[in-house]
Ligand binder design. Structure first.
Ligand SMILES: Nc1ncnc2c1ncn2[C@@H]1O[C@H](COP(=O)(O)OP(=O)(O)OP(=O)(O)O)[C@@H](O)[C@H]1O
Ligand SMILES: [Mg+2]
Length: 243
């Protein structure tokens, strides 16, 4: 990952990526709890959660006004706000920041929408390079089963309906997620993703993640990361939920 800005802070940045329903949030929640149980100060940042652009995003989605470029830019603004007002200060303070989706989501989704690969990568050049990037590799059908099993109707942009791939929402979702999956697969090696087989059980995946954390940044965590009696970091800008 030669894009991005190296993380020279005491705090560590761990991120999860993968298509919808690959199990990212489930695993990140378990990982952050495990880290917190060891006394580390852990914060959590979620894709598309900045209050700065919330109203515009809501309006644009409701009225189906976004083009691939404006949709990409609004996500980049969301990301920039969270990076500057939340993620970076917490890393400087020495916390572990767990991000549920990161710039790679834009690299996969926006490109699947037809935005230039080079343009979108350039847009996120300011992002801090993650210390650990997990990618949850899962067959499309498994992810779709999980999504359809546990959720309300798939939304317009989520299904990529803006691209006119199909009039059927489920079919459009399948084609769109397939394109996103192809993008993730194409960048996995280049970006140094730690690949997790997301068709395994929740427990097996979590075990692998913990092992990878210990092997890669375990020593850094012990040496330099902020500890918190409650294991929680509060007080930073309320841009993002703290678990
Ligand atoms: N290993 C697994 N085996 C079976 N079901 C799973 C597994 N991991 C997660 N699930 C279930 O699949 C669904 C989707 O999981 P989760 O919300 O963690 O995915 P996600 O990648 O965060 O999705 P999204 O991108 O839509 O936020 C949930 O109902 C979850 O309980
Ligand atoms: Mg999720």
């Amino acid at each position: 990952m030669s894009l991005f800005v190296p993380n020279r802070n005491h705090g560590k940045l761990i991120i999860v990526e993968g298509i919808d329903g690959s199990g990212k949030s489930t695993q990140m929640l378990l990982l952050s709890r495990w880290l917190r149980s060891q006394g580390y100060a852990v914060a959590f940042s979620e894709w598309n959660s900045s209050p700065l652009v919330r109203q515009t995003t809501r309006r644009g989605k409701k009225k189906e006004m976004f083009t691939p470029t404006t949709f990409s830019l609004i996500h980049a603004t969301d990301f920039a706000d969270r990076s500057e007002s939340y993620i970076l200060p917490l890393l400087r303070a020495g916390a572990i920041v767990c991000a549920d989706r990161y710039a790679f989501t834009a690299f996969a989704r926006d490109v699947a929408r037809g935005v230039s690969r080079r343009w979108v990568r350039n847009l996120y050049r300011f992002a801090i390079r993650p210390d650990l990037a997990f990618y949850f590799r899962v067959p499309l059908d498994v992810a779709i089963q999980r999504i359809l099993g546990g959720r309300d109707a798939i939304k317009y942009y989520e299904a990529g309906m803006d691209l006119g791939l199909s009039r059927d929402v489920e079919e459009s979702f399948r084609i769109f997620q397939g394109r996103i999956l192809d993008e993730y697969e194409a960048m996995a090696e280049e970006m140094g993703f730690r690949v997790i087989d997301a068709s395994l059980s929740i427990e097996e995946q979590q075990q692998q993640m913990r092992q990878i954390v210990n092997e890669t940044i375990g020593e850094h965590l012990k040496a330099g990361v902020l500890r918190s009696p409650e294991g929680e970091v509060n007080g930073a800008a309320s841009a993002t939920a703290v678990l």
